[in-house]
Design a protein around this ligand. Sequence first.
Ligand SMILES: [Zn+2]
Length: 275
Amino acid sequence: MVPQDEIFCCPKCGGALFSVGGALKCFAGHSYDRAKQGYVNLRLSQQSSKKRHGDDRLMVLARERFLNAGYYAPLRQKIYETVAACRPETLADAGCGEGYYTAYLEARLPKTKIAGMDISKDALKAFGRRNTAVKLALASVFDMPLRSASCDMILCVFAPDSAEEFQRVLKPQGKLLRVLPGEDHLFELKSAIYERPYKNPAPSKLLKLRLLKEETLRFQFTLKNTKEIADLFCMTPYFYKTGKADQEKTNKLSTLTVTADFCLQLYEKEEAPTL
Ligand SMILES: [Zn+2]
């Protein structure tokens, strides 16, 4: 066995994991294979079902193209500045996707140990192509393979969240940066597709953690061709809820200026009440 070099713990017994050949093993004998793309499957078998897990390949590829074109670079910069100001030694990215934000943090915060988790194998395969030192696991954000009170910071960008699980994993005074769509996010895209587009609901708040600050980041960007418009549409939650006729409306557009509206919430883990 080589010394423990993983941020993750065994999802079955909570024990430390050690690299043994191509797998991670704990002292209780639980073993988890590493995929050739670099991530480790730490999902518990009873969690899996035939249902589609996370973002599928088409959506991941569209998101990879869109993000790599730089349209959300202002958000990535804002996330970096917020995380850097907290100076975390350990950071868990809950729902890291294909790693656009995570890889940027890893390149600029060499002292921070970063773990990325996602339930989409396709997203983790795409993340693997970025060749970073980020430790990656196939795992649910509702049941993270991380020890209790082991993380200085959690990042959760457009991913499902679990205040209870974040609270468990964070150290005392640990921080959570949560990024959500604002009310006007991508409104022009929705207007191009739907007869009566709705604004997004106002960003929700997590109650189990203390909100330190909430910021809005708004900017506009212009998609330059039909393919870019289709990519943005494909990575939104509306895509799979939209009929083919409405989906095809984006094919008639050659350019579209869109509002990006993000809400960034920074939370701190509450002290346990003294009895
Ligand atoms: Zn174990």
